[in-house]
Design a binder for this molecule. Structure first.
Ligand SMILES: Nc1ncnc2c1ncn2[C@@H]1O[C@H](COP(=O)(O)OP(=O)(O)OP(=O)(O)O)[C@@H](O)[C@H]1O
Ligand SMILES: O=C(O)c1ccc[n+]([C@@H]2O[C@H](COP(=O)([O-])O)[C@@H](O)[C@H]2O)c1
Length: 197
């Protein structure tokens, strides 16, 4: 009997504090033009490189991601890292996901900014050897010499939508109305709960 091909699944990890249109449009593009069948948004409980004074509760950030992805069947919000040891090193997450979902081929989605610092991540060689990586451009981080990238690493040219959660948190704190930078449901939750004020 012929084996079913694995489902090409992008993994987009982040704090998502909060998730914004930049994240969503990028993942949307990768599904429709970048060869991915699905993208899973992995809400990171604690980033190994970040100090978290303004980090909202894990479940509240997950709730906003769930609200943002609900209308598009190719997106999924994931709390997979909530059960893993902290801090969440991506190598552990990827190995565990591959073990739990043998029907899927996972592609780690990382921006050129993170790609530049990738050799400082935990076990970068193992990540490249055992998993697929999809690198997309970020402003100010040129992706030079893509021909010499390792075989599991692929660059996808995506549109740049340079907004950040930091910008959104700061704007809300200053009383700005930034509704068009956010999914309407995320904006509603932020307003309803008075987040980031
Ligand atoms: N506008 C954007 N376009 C594409 N990728 C983005 C954008 N903003 C953030 N990313 C990437 O998405 C992932 C998750 O992002 P994260 O939750 O850290 O958001 P952020 O906007 O960078 O947050 P913060 O401003 O709090 O650092 C990271 O790999 C980050 O580099
Ligand atoms: O595993 C690591 O060493 C590692 C180092 C830095 C970042 N990451 C992961 O990369 C994702 C994006 O990180 P950030 O800082 O850009 O939000 C998030 O899922 C982090 O857990 C992972």
């Amino acid at each position: 009997m012929e084996e079913k091909p694995q489902i090409k699944t992008g993994l987009f990890g982040g704090s998502f504090n909060p998730i914004h249109t930049g994240h969503l449009a990028l993942a949307n593009y990768l599904c429709e033009y970048g060869g991915l069948e699905e993208v899973w948004f992995l809400v990171t409980p604690q980033n190994p490189f970040k100090q978290n004074e303004t980090l909202l509760d894990d479940h509240l950030r997950l709730k906003m991601v769930e609200a943002a992805v609900a209308g598009y069947p190719r997106f999924r919000a994931s709390d997979f890292e909530f059960q893993l040891p902290r801090p969440s090193y991506t190598i552990h997450t990827l190995d565990k996901l591959a073990e739990c979902y043998p029907d899927r081929e996972f592609h780690l989605i990382i921006g050129a900014d993170n790609w530049q610092a990738f050799d400082r991540w935990r076990s970068p060689e193992e990540i490249i050897r055992r998993h697929h990586i999809l690198v997309y451009p970020r402003q100010g981080y040129p992706l030079e010499d893509t021909a010499s990238l390792p075989p599991h690493v692929r660059v996808v040219q995506t549109p740049l939508i340079e907004i950040s959660s930091t910008f959104i948190r700061k704007g809300i704190r200053e009383g700005k109305d930034l509704r068009y930078f956010l999914h309407p449901e995320v904006f509603r939750i932020i307003q309803e709960k008075g987040l980031y004020r």
